[in-house]
Design a protein around this ligand. Structure first.
Ligand SMILES: [Fe+2]
Ligand SMILES: [Fe+2]
Length: 145
């Protein structure tokens, strides 16, 4: 069974964000399935490395977009990315060095940080992006949106 299913609850209605979040969900589910199936360590390392690099590139892309668009909550959002990335990198290192196993608690924790971040900060960013797309051409200051 998947650790979490992609559903409307996690959709922010901005296609590039939803696509990338979907990829992160898929990887997390693949790790979960691998753990349950008793996959070898090297395979789980590989999947975890992919999740970390997917998260790094997704966060970098979001941050670049926020800067481009003049998103007013950029600093807070970037800071939360930094904290989340540190956590997942710590888990990656601890797993590589055999300090932790990829147990259901670790996966549940990753699930909850991903879903909370999407439902909170990313949903806020998505509303900003959508308002920007529909905005009045006379509005010049993104902070007014
Ligand atoms: Fe995101
Ligand atoms: Fe984000």
């Amino acid at each position: 069974m998947a650790v979490m299913k992609w559903c409307d609850e996690f959709t922010v209605d901005v296609s590039w964000l939803d696509e990338e979040h979907g990829k992160m969900f898929d990887l997390l589910n693949e790790i979960h399935a691998g753990v349950q199936a008793g996959e070898k360590h090297f395979r789980l390392h590989y999947l975890l490395d992919r999740l970390v690099s997917c998260t790094e590139s997704h966060f970098a892309e979001e941050e670049q977009k926020m800067l481009q668009l003049g998103y007013p909550n950029y600093e807070n959002h970037r800071l939360q990315h930094k904290v989340l990335l540190n956590e997942i990198r710590l888990l990656q290192t601890a797993y590589r060095e055999d300090y932790v196993s990829l147990c259901s608690e670790a996966l549940a924790h990753m699930k909850s940080w991903l879903t909370n971040h999407i439902a909170g900060m990313d949903a806020h960013l998505a509303r900003f992006v959508k308002r920007l797309q529909d905005r009045d051409p006379n509005t010049n200051d993104p902070a007014d949106l």
